[in-house]
Design a protein around this ligand. Structure first.
Ligand SMILES: Nc1ncnc2c1ncn2[C@@H]1O[C@H](COP(=O)(O)OP(=O)(O)O)[C@@H](O)[C@H]1O
Ligand SMILES: [Mg+2]
Length: 374
């Protein structure tokens, strides 16, 4: 299966820059997700790859073939690109049975009756719809309709698979099952796949790698683990999962890249590994996941582990079965914490380990997305 290379892709609609010079590569057989909020340019990117829309400039190459190259003027028409596509609205033909829906793309490609029947049998087995093959779309469930749509995209052995929010119309339970199923099929076929979603959980669960998009550009590309644990920008830390954000100014650099930060909203000073050199007085934004904040009950008599800690007050807590979600106050700063520990009310110590934190240079006038949403 070929790789997909996108270089410097740019597309505007009037005044709106939908895709702003983005570049990424999807490796052979990889499942890559474009993740970002609504309107960030995911579908425009996918449509450009499918050939359903013509970008203003850039390059799209699949294997050895330039699908689009503004430098040479190459543009391959969509029907010659052999992409399998599934949309949020499955777009099944309502007057055709499951089997006829699957047959349609093969008829278009003038596949012989015998080969057609054989291929449809294979696909019905793959998407587990043998018993439903003579039903019409309105006679099967939403999950089954979604499987027909996927089957129809796969039936003509596409070169690559492009999926635009294909599970959004399913209810939460079905979506969960459809995810596992989709991931298994994609792995079995080894087909190079681009998946578009605004759902961060879906992206984390499904992807080999994901590209996080905001306002037409790509903020970060990485494995779900890399993106979650080492966000490259405050937007990524905020959009994927939950993050606490602490603002402050550096007051001095210590050994091994450790910085001291005067926190905004508190008299306490935080010492943390920045992983980069920052001049004293640099405004910084520190993000930390709620489950990475370690909390120590001072009355437990536990020796304080080496490292930096802050004094905090427990404000309230919610019980979620597997863990508690606390809100703590470090002076005027609210910090969310998730832990199994049953903490007392009153004063606790919280430990922000350097591994759990990401330190960003902050523009104090910007980063609206990074405002703590408490
Ligand atoms: N055909 C179009 N005409 C005008 N504006 C469009 C068109 N398609 C998309 N846009 C705009 O381009 C931006 C990106 O859209 P889109 O790629 O659909 O975002 P996403 O799929 O991430 O939600 C949005 O601001 C959207 O309104
Ligand atoms: Mg879209």
């Amino acid at each position: 299966m070929p790789e997909i290379v996108v270089e410097n892709l740019y597309k505007r609609f009037g005044d709106v820059v939908a895709v702003d010079h983005i570049s990424f590569t999807v490796r052979d057989g990889e499942f890559l997700t474009l993740l970002g909020p609504s309107g960030c340019g995911k579908s425009t990117t996918l449509f450009a790859i499918a050939g359903l829309d013509r970008p203003d400039s850039g390059l799209i190459r699949v294997g050895e073939t330039n699908f689009f190259d503004s430098a040479s003027g190459d543009f391959i028409v969509p029907e010659k690109r052999n992409c399998g596509m599934v949309f949020q609205s499955y777009a099944l033909w309502p007057h055709m049975t499951v089997q006829e829906n699957l047959a349609f793309p093969l008829r278009l490609r003038k596949v012989s009756k015998k080969a057609r029947e054989q291929r449809i049998e294979e696909i019905l087995r793959l998407v587990e719809l043998g018993p439903q093959k003579d039903r019409y779309p309105h006679q099967i469930s939403g999950g089954q309709q979604q499987r027909v749509a996927l089957g129809r995209a796969l039936v003509y052995s596409p070169t690559i698979l492009l999926l635009d929010e294909p599970l959004s119309n399913l209810d939460a339970k079905l979506r969960e099952r459809a995810r596992s199923w989709l991931k298994r099929i994609q792995g079995q076929l080894g087909i190079t796949t681009i998946y578009v979603t605004h759902d961060q959980m879906e992206a984390l669960a499904l992807s080999d790698r994901m590209a996080v998009m905001q306002a037409g550009r790509i903020c970060q590309v990485g494995t779900p683990q890399e993106i979650y644990s080492s966000p490259a920008e405050p937007f990524v830390a905020d959009f994927i999962g939950t993050s606490n954000f602490l603002r402050g100014d550096t007051v001095g650099a210590g050994d091994g890249g450790t910085i001291a930060v005067n926190l905004e909203g508190s008299d306490q000073c935080l010492r943390i590994k920045a992983g980069k050199t920052l001049a004293p007085g640099t405004p910084v934004l520190i993000s930390i996941r709620p489950e990475k904040v370690q909390v120590i009950d001072p009355s437990s008599g536990a020796a304080l582990p080496a490292g930096n800690y802050l004094e905090a007050e427990v404000v309230d807590r919610l019980y979620y079965g597997a863990y508690y979600r606390y809100r703590l106050k470090v002076d005027d700063i609210v910090v969310r914490v998730e832990t199994e520990a049953d903490l007392p009310t009153g004063t606790v110590w919280i430990l922000l380990s350097s591994e759990g934190c990401a330190v960003f240079e902050a523009d104090p006038t910007q980063d609206a997305a990074a405002e703590p949403s408490i």
